[in-house]
Design a protein around this ligand. Sequence first.
Ligand code: ZN
Length: 192
Amino acid sequence: MDTRRIEEGVRLILEGVGEDLTREGIVDTPKRVARAMGECLAGMRQDASELFEVSFDAACHDIVVVRDIPFFSLCEHHLLPFFGSAHVAYIPGESGRVCGISKLARTVDVYAKRLQLQERLCSQVADAVDEALHPLGVLVVMEAEHLCMTMRGVRKPGAVTTTSAVRGGFARNAATRAEAMKLIFDGRASGL
Ligand code: ZN
């Protein structure tokens, strides 16, 4: 990431909005924004497949769900944050091998920390799990609030955008998909 270019760009924005670049509160803002961008977009330099190099023989043939994974991303249209919860479900492949469950949360992070669209983020997470684990099925549901929609534009605070991506058995079999959805949403209703 070229931090000097980012700093130049931030200086132009500040000039454009009519700020005084020498003002005390602003003088280090270009540097701070460049650092923040580096962190918020760290996933651009990460490869999710490396997360799955280790897997475990769990002889598991049932649905594994990790839900309520918090994520923060930046929308590529406005460079404003969108954030919410991701829920990832998969059915291990014939081998019954599973990944460490934290790896699912880290996969969400790798793709969220990029300039994104929620729809694409959701399918990239599903594809990454699908390619790495060769599971019988993958289901990813993401719920998010987009600041480009709540603090500007139509200004609808609290509006939640839900996206889903389904692969394999979850796509083919409505009952299996419904079971995963139940595990995701009923658990939350019970306050767990
Ligand atoms: Zn946007």
